[in-house]
Design a protein around this ligand. Structure first.
Ligand code: SF4
Length: 351
């Protein structure tokens, strides 16, 4: 884990206007049907991997998407990029002065939009084709989208390799000749050579050693400044998120349960699940003490309990939690929480 400082709140407290926004996700859902075995397959359940997720993302912002394994964060990221077809909802992406709903764009029109949105994967070992040279891997998107050829193609690859800290001569080699950190740099070069505006980093540093993690994170931040990138940082390691992100959205059982500026979230978490996640992370500030552990397994999205999905694990559960699912509501400036404790009348309902 990387004990690093928190972003200053002034970076995140700008007023948001329409033109500031790069992405607006509205009530996004991704459900998977579950069928019975045997000859006559019947749908017997629905896995709600992503359920009514909504958030805005400003240009140049870094949003963390966190939660335990199985919380739906990676499925959410993949659905935003249309690697998975959404079941419902809108993904409004601003490109070339227009707002485009990615959830409804026909497959044939997605290819052009994919130049604007790229993903960096967790495992640099399996995401790079071992039979291609580094130059071919990094330059492949330019070829697919017919954006460069010949000497221009070579020049752009060399320039991109330099920007991610690799050497021009590395383009002749194959991925197996590189360390884990270098392979992740190759993945970053491939993602950024198209000059995207949105980059989703899916556990991009979690497979790397701690010292290499810090180098790759610093590289991603440098590249963000240089190319004015907007990131969604999908991660389970909150110490990484704390260092990198302007805001953090916490997911549980397919829903966002809390979203807040990074400093606020870490200093004064409101949702019991957020408190539990943060109390499990060593805190660099000795004045902030949280001791809030939870047991049990993350809820099965195919068999969610009634009411609040977190209630079987929640130490603060009270009567309404077992009946009614809490909505994500604005609790204070820039913060939203989905918990009955944050409803104005909750204290009156306490038994
Ligand atoms: Fe806990 Fe109830 Fe809040 Fe759910 S709604 S997190 S069960 S207090």
């Amino acid at each position: 884990m990387i004990p690093l400082e928190i972003n200053s709140p002034t970076e995140t407290e700008r007023e948001t206007t329409e033109t500031d926004l790069l992405l607006s996700v509205r009530n996004l859902c991704k459900f998977f049907p579950v069928f019975s075995r045997g000859f006559l397959k019947k749908q017997i359940a629905t896995i709600k991997a992503v359920d009514q997720v909504s958030f805005d993302l400003k240009r140049g912002e870094i949003l963390g998407l966190v939660g335990e394994s199985g919380s739906g964060k990676t499925t959410c990221a993949r659905t935003i990029l249309r690697a998975l077809q959404p079941t419902a909802g809108e993904v409004l992406f601003r490109a070339n002065g227009k707002s485009i709903d990615l959830a409804k764009v026909p497959e044939r029109d997605l290819k052009a939009l994919r130049t604007k949105m790229q993903m960096i994967f967790q495992d640099p070992f399996s995401s790079l084709n071992p039979r291609m040279t580094v130059g071919a891997i990094v330059g492949e998107p330019l070829t697919i989208h017919r954006l460069a050829k010949g000497s221009e193609w070579e020049d752009r690859i060399v320039e991109m390799l330099r920007k991610v800290g690799l050497k021009p001569e590395h383009r002749q080699r194959y991925p197996h000749a590189f360390s884990g950190g270098q392979r992740q740099r190759i993945g970053i070069a491939r993602a950024l050579i198209m000059q995207p505006s949105l980059v989703i980093a899916d556990e991009a540093v979690s497979a790397l050693d701690v010292s290499v993690q810090a180098q790759v994170i610093n590289l991603l931040k440098d590249l963000q400044n240089e190319f004015n990138l907007t990131y969604i940082f999908v991660a389970h390691d909150l110490s990484v998120v704390r260092h990198v992100c302007d805001r953090v959205a916490v997911m549980y059982a397919g829903k966002i349960v809390e979203i807040a500026p990074t400093r606020d979230l870490f200093e004064t978490p409101r949702h019991p699940y957020t408190k539990a996640l943060i109390s499990a992370v060593p805190n660099p500030d000795p004045d902030i003490k949280l001791d809030f552990s939870i047991g049990g397994e993350v809820a099965d999205p195919g068999k969610l309990p009634p009411g609040c999905s977190f209630h079987p694990r929640c130490p603060e559960c009270f009567a309404p939690c077992k009946i009614e699912s809490p909505e994500l509501i604005r609790t204070e400036e820039g913060r939203q929480t989905a918990c009955h404790l944050d409803r104005p009348q909750a204290s009156e309902e306490l038994p």
